[in-house]
Design a binder for this molecule. Structure first.
Ligand code: BDR
Ligand code: CA
Length: 317
């Protein structure tokens, strides 16, 4: 079967780096675009280029939006350190981003691969929202948008909001209301799907260049996750939204409605997903029933998913 064509819109970021490595090996990665989020656009772009160069991945990288649509930046994510990719000695990249802006690049790729392209948004959704405004035909051209973002249980940046959505709720709103088929792989599955200390040791012991760098990065990230959230894995949030295009059996979904909360004293940036299993919307006391617009991840075979990802990383020289 032909590999899925995928474009990764990201803010590297430790788990973004792993998503890029996975997509380049297991899928048909047509390009990478960068956005503000885990760090400044300048740093996420540098980090993205550094990852491509480290692994010898020859795809274009286009830099995109450096701030959210309608709010001030929420600031850099402590989890990823000062540079956005702390913990390993990665060479500064020699490569430069292409001259095209990420928004134009997304549109160009969607037009070139009409009906085939999956867009993976694993950072704030600013670039995709801007692209949708600029070229409404994207709604017909893009096959599916896969989102690492949101949650049907806990948030991380607030009790109910996940970081990528909270960084630009208006952009996420534009994506979730676009009518493009959506897959939302949220924190409820990604926070427990990660590398444990044993996985990190295994990658380090391989002595391979890429796996060693990833092991060092993940040792840093795991420590931050331990002290911040008491987790005993370094969650591989972002790759969870990409893996389904290689092995669809690893994540389970509910096909339901998902909307972005834009207001609320405590709930801005929350993903409101209907899990009521409604049988009759006419019945008493049922409110806000809207058509299903999203495959919402509810469960994952976390160990098998992580083994697949590690196997992929170990294939790099
Ligand atoms: C998301 O936020 C970022 O810090 C990660 O890269 C991931 O995309 C998890 O909430
Ligand atoms: Ca990310």
């Amino acid at each position: 079967m032909a590999k899925t064509k995928i474009l990764i819109d990201c803010d590297p970021g430790h788990d973004d780096a792993v998503a890029i490595l996975f997509a380049a090996r297991r899928l048909d990665l047509v390009g990478v675009t960068t956005v503000h989020g885990n760090n400044t656009l300048e740093n996420t772009t540098r980090n993205g280029l550094a990852v491509l160069e480290l692994a010898g991945i020859d795809v274009p990288l286009a830099a995109g939006c450096d701030e959210p649509l309608a709010q001030r930046s929420v600031g850099i994510a402590a989890m990823h350190g000062k540079s956005g990719l702390d913990g390993a000695d990665i060479k500064p990249p020699k490569r430069r981003p292409i001259d095209t802006h990420a928004v134009d690049f997304i549109i160009a790729m969607a037009e070139k691969h009409k009906g085939e392209l999956v867009v993976a948004t694993i950072g704030p959704e600013t670039n995709i929202a801007m692209a949708l405004r600029r070229e409404p035909r994207l709604k017909q051209w893009i096959r599916e948008i896969t989102v690492m973002g949101g949650s049907i249980t806990t948030g991380n940046v607030t009790p109910v909001a996940e970081f990528n959505i909270f960084c630009d709720p208006e952009a996420a709103w534009a994506v979730f209301e676009s009518g493009i088929p959506l897959r939302m792989v949220g924190l409820n599955v990604t926070r427990r799907t990660g590398f444990d200390q044993g996985d990190i040791d295994r990658m380090k012991a391989s002595g391979k260049k890429v796996a060693t760098v990833i092991a060092d990065l993940m040792a840093f990230y795991l420590e931050r996750q331990r002290t911040g959230y008491g987790l005993n894995v370094a969650p591989m949030h972002d790759v969870c939204a990409v893996v389904p295009y290689f092995d669809a059996s690893l994540i389970e979904y509910l096909h339901t409605s998902a909307h972005i909360e834009l207001t609320g004293t405590y709930s801005r940036g929350m993903t409101v997903c209907d899990q009521r299993n409604l049988k009759s919307v006419a019945a008493t006391n049922m409110r806000n029933a809207t058509p299903a617009n999203c495959l919402v991840a509810v469960d994952a075979k976390s160990r098998a998913l992580i083994d697949l990802v590690i196997g992929t990383i170990l294939e790099y020289a």
